[in-house]
Design a protein around this ligand. Structure first.
Ligand SMILES: [Ca+2]
Ligand SMILES: [Ca+2]
Length: 430
């Protein structure tokens, strides 16, 4: 049985999980863009999981990039390509397998707020950007805009839209990693929608900073080689956007907790994980580190707790992603000991040379080490053996008389942690 579930499938399942629950800590749905939502092709990442409802009020200009599209750039979204390669550069998603693109042309996703914000309350806004590798400019205007009424994401943002939340980090240049943009916002209670983008139209374009270079330095995180002909005068600033979240200030956070190390006997079970089910939390268990190469990522379970029954000492790795796409990790080791010794010792054997049952054969399924002494009825030692050496029914080179013999056997596990004594009788028949 293949117990490993591929990670992509898992993401799909879990993203379904955390949508229907009533109370949402992250006020935004699909803030990691794992689901696609152009109205005409409202398909989730994988066709197996149909889903209804909208995540964004409009996605007319939402560029949706997903690993699913990689290698098939003309499928679906045509020119934009997939993840990590696409028309804009090279980048893996910060969470999951998908992200979108924003920039000075306001490719803004406009999110519903799942619950109204409460007037006077503090909320934290957070999202992550990575500058697109193939664009030669960088900007600071990567802001957040709350509105009472739905707005349309537009190619050129109207100057009437003034974002309430301003990127506090200034111009963002990084094309390799994801840059966190975060800050607090006090709600006025009328907010119903949230958009991320660059809300500076023609009239106000001088109010934001834009830095362009003549040549682009490519950096593809190593792994891939390809050639690209590119107009380096494409002097716009575009950014990948992933993991958009808004939550009430001060919400408790629960990092991954795999629980304390455990010690079990072989054959026993151990329950791992000090986590309880929580809305908008995802869990991934593996017996390989999550910090290895992506192609080795696979998961054994996706539940807060995980029951295991390893046959040898094993370390399990837990990866958790919470409501605001915080990634945390923990590990736990289950030490497996041999706590019982099971030997099958016959009570009769027939050393008559017919090739059948000629030795005092002891079955040893746990492969323990043992020493055995066999005595005759007068208490004389007639045989000494071990797990590799069985009595053939002779004593001093002569066939031992038929009748009953007594044995004393002392067995010890290979790691020396457990011993068990056996004694009984065995009868020789011929
Ligand atoms: Ca994502
Ligand atoms: Ca990049």
């Amino acid at each position: 049985m293949n117990r490993k579930i591929l990670l992509p499938a898992l993401f799909s399942i879990l993203l379904i999980w955390f949508i229907p629950n009533g109370y949402s800590q992250n006020l935004l749905k699909n803030g990691s863009f794992e689901w696609c939502n152009p109205p005409a092709t409202h398909v989730p990442i994988y066709n197996n999981y149909p889903i209804t409802g909208s995540y964004y009020t409009t996605s007319a200009h939402l560029v949706w990039l997903h690993e699913w599209k990689t290698g098939n750039p003309y499928h679906g979204l045509g020119w934009s390509g997939g993840v990590p390669f696409n028309y804009f550069g090279y980048q893996y998603a910060r969470t999951g397998k998908a992200y979108t693109v924003i920039g000075e042309y306001a490719f803004a996703p406009v999110f519903w707020l799942q619950q109204p914000m409460v007037s006077g309350r503090c909320y934290r806004i957070r999202y992550f950007v990575s500058r697109c590798d193939f664009e030669s400019c960088a900007i600071d205007a990567l802001d957040g805009y709350f509105s009472k009424d739905s707005i349309h994401a537009q190619m050129i943002a109207p100057d009437t839209i003034v974002p309430q939340f301003t990127n506090p980090r200034g111009v963002i240049y990084d094309t390799l990693g994801w840059t966190e943009i975060t800050g607090e916002y006090i709600a006025n209670g009328t907010e119903r929608y949230f958009a991320v983008g660059s809300f500076f139209g023609v009239l106000r374009s001088n109010q934001r900073t834009k830095v362009c270079t003549d040549s682009i330095i490519y950096n593809f995180n190593g792994a891939h080689q390809y050639s690209l002909s590119l107009n380096t005068n494409r002097s716009i600033a575009l950014y990948y956007l992933d993991d958009v979240a808004i939550w009430e200030c001060g919400l408790p956070e629960y990092p991954a907790d795999a629980g304390p190390d455990k010690k079990i006997c072989a054959g026993e079970k151990a329950e791992l994980g000090n986590n309880i089910p929580r809305d908008q939390y995802m869990y991934f268990w593996s017996d390989r580190s999550w910090h290895g190469p992506r192609h080795t990522w696979d998961t054994l379970a996706n539940t807060p707790k995980f029951t295991v029954s390893p046959t040898k000492t094993t370390t399990y790795y837990l990866w958790s992603i919470d409501f605001k796409f915080e990634h945390t990790y923990d590990s736990v080791t289950v030490y497996v000991e041999q706590c019982d010794i099971d030997l099958e010792i016959p009570n009769v054997f027939t050393p008559n040379g017919d090739g059948f049952n000629d030795h005092f054969m002891i079955r040893n399924p746990n492969q323990v080490n043992y020493l055995i002494d066999v005595y005759n009825r007068w208490g004389n030692l007639v045989f000494q053996g071990n797990q590799n050496y069985f009595w053939n029914g002779t004593f001093n080179g002569e066939p031992a008389p038929t009748g009953t013999y007594f044995y004393v056997l002392k067995a010890t596990t290979q790691d020396g942690t457990y011993s068990k004594d056996f004694h009984g009788t065995v009868t020789i028949l011929r």
